[in-house]
Design a protein around this ligand. Sequence first.
Ligand code: SAH
Length: 338
Amino acid sequence: MSDIAPLLAARIAADGPLRLDAWMQACNAHYYATCDALGTDFTTAPEISQLFGEMIGGWIGDLWQRAMGPNPLLNTPLTLVELGPGRGTLLADALRVLARLPGFAANTSLALLETSSTLRTIQARTLSGWAPVWHESVDTLPTTTPLIVIANEFFDALPIRQYLGHGLERAVTHSAAGFSATTMDGGEQTAHERSETSETIIASLAKRIAVQGGAALIIDYGQAETPISTLQAIHAGQAADPYANPGKTDLTAHVDFTRLLAAAGPLKIHGPIAQGQFLAALGIHSRAAALSRGKSHADAAIITAGLARLTAPAQMGALFKAVALTSPDWPVPAGFDQ
Ligand code: SAH
């Protein structure tokens, strides 16, 4: 795919500065469509260690079994949904665990929300054998089965508006010197960021889950306080200018859990809790020990390092949060019960 910089420059020349959410949407769509970025620009939890996806597989299986009751066990069709599956690694690791449950494979369909055709090709390879069906929007997900939805580092990639207070908001302009931040009129008086796209997705999923049954597990970095200025660009593991090189850097913003959960309507909310606490409650430490048994020193050290990256408070353990949403008649999911 061609460079989007000339297209964005022409759009700004014709229509004036581009609002930040439109900029972020265009840049990220191009970014995810053109590069197999995961692992080069940034590394996500499932790419760090198989332990992450395995823990989530156990979480899904436990919840599904308890929601359905033991008898008849697992003969109800389920749609397992992942939002923004990246390389498909999380689900591949989770499904290795889930495939051991009697009846699970036969009754489960995979639905993947993914806009990048490059990543869809990779996901098809990683998840071959599970016949995933891809969706552009949550609106086309199956309407007749319960839905268990997983979203890891998905909402942080969705477009935000950045209100600067005093009736102004962030926009992007272009001149001979390149792209740069500017302001435009925007109604709000207090400075804050907001992702309307994220709220819309949560609201439609929540409506579905309330009627069809099911749950959603969201893991992302962010806090309960309203974010004010958290837009960042990453290129090759380094912070970059979010306005230089459109479509060539990964643009993200912190997830506003308070606002996201306010959009979850009738669902029950569990958490947010720190990722480290969530994974510990699911038994990641004993799984890491079991996985290390009989391994060489070097291989065991890789497992231990992965465990630390996922759970240590100074690494991903505290900044990343896990939150679960459940249909009102579903049980409390594992990890959220204390
Ligand atoms: N969950 C994965 C990947 C996170 S990167 C992991 O943990 O490794 C973000 C993912 O969301 C990518 O797969 C990207 O293509 C997808 N994505 C970003 N914006 C999207 C949108 N608006 N609709 C659907 N998918 C989107």
